[in-house]
Design a protein around this ligand. Structure first.
Ligand SMILES: *[C@@H]1O[C@H](CO)[C@@H](O)[C@H](O)[C@H]1NC(C)=O
Length: 315
């Protein structure tokens, strides 16, 4: 009896392995709403984005490989990483074509970058690498301390994406490629992000407009700075740049860090000014904007006095 079961199992597995058929229900589908809530809950999920096979031959060809990967991953991670399929685009995270494979590690998405090597081994290696790759978010307080940008980069080279986190088209769609770049550079170079909508000091230092700006990629190599200004922000392009092409680019000087308090005050004044100007444009309340400018004048005068006072105290 045992022998017969063994035989049947062996026969079935040989049979399955011998054909390109696969169980279409082996990995379940998810929905966009479910995926968004899984990201919010910082789950670990691998998602295969595809569309109907008539329109996308690649989607059909890669599906069995994805299924096989999902089965291995389930075992390897003891169920911690779940795999799903999703048959719609996800432009929020830069998924605008099919097929795409994205690994969400908490809030950080990674895009699989080797479509020509779409095998379980390669994909699992990449997932394991991604799981150990942080994508730190730098702030006005931590930027200089962590990067040491102005002192000759004792912490190594940094690729930093400055993106406006308040505009949905700027930060999140670029994360999957940046994160995979970070994974491929792990232990060699640092990769980080700055949410410019909450970092006025960094913005001022690197000449980034707080509202109009979208994305800016800078590469810090020793005491030099390079601006990656190409529209191709795929991880392949970013890797190539950071590993060699930057050297053909113009060397920029790293702007020195700003005095934190001064920069904060200046950005406050700029915000106030913008606020009053907006009022003046939008309504006929010229009286109030007059008062506004008056207040601004008083504020500026106070600031001036305060600074002189501070300087005197220092002398
Ligand atoms: C960036 O900061 C803004 C303002 O606090 C916030 O609304 C947004 O969610 C942040 N974006 C990211 C991607 O962290």
């Amino acid at each position: 009896m045992k022998f017969i079961i063994c035989f049947i199992v062996t026969f079935l597995s040989v049979f399955n392995g011998g054909t390109s058929e696969f169980d279409p229900n082996a990995v379940s589908h998810t929905t966009k709403a479910e995926l968004l809530s899984m990201i919010e809950e910082e789950k670990e999920v691998l998602v295969y984005f595809y569309t109907n096979f008539e329109d996308c031959l690649q989607c059909k060809e890669k599906m069995p490989q994805f299924h096989e990967t999902a089965v291995y991953l389930e075992k390897l991670e003891e169920g911690k990483v779940k795999s799903y399929k999703l048959a719609i685009k996800f432009p929020e995270y830069g998924v605008n074509s099919f097929p795409q494979l994205i690994f969400f590690h908490g809030k950080i998405p990674f895009r699989y970058d080797k479509p020509d090597e779409f095998t379980p081994d390669n994909i699992l290696d990449w997932v394991e690498e991604a799981k150990q790759t942080p994508l730190p978010e730098l702030s006005d307080e931590t930027f200089e301390h962590l990067t040491q940008a102005s002192t000759g980069a004792t912490t190594g080279d940094w690729l930093i994406m400055f993106a406006n986190g308040q505009r949905p088209e700027c930060m999140k769609p670029n994360l999957p490629d940046l994160a995979t770049t970070a994974a491929r550079l792990r232990r060699r170079k640092n990769v980080a992000i700055v949410n410019t909508s909450v970092c006025p000091v960094i913005g001022k230092r690197f000449e980034i407009h707080p509202q109009n700006h979208c994305v800016k990629l800078l590469f810090f190599h020793r005491t030099e700075m390079y601006h990656y200004d190409k529209t191709d922000r795929s991880s392949a392009a970013l890797l190539k740049y950071v590993l060699q092409d930057y050297s053909k680019d113009e060397v920029l000087k790293i702007p020195p860090p700003l005095d934190h308090k001064n920069a904060e005050l200046e950005s406050m004044i700029a915000a106030l000014k913008a606020h009053f100007l907006e009022h003046a444009n939008m309504s006929q309340l010229t009286f109030f904007s007059g008062v506004g400018f008056g207040l601004l004048g008083v504020f500026a005068a106070l600031l001036f006095i305060l600074r002189r006072y501070r300087k005197k105290k220092l002398l």
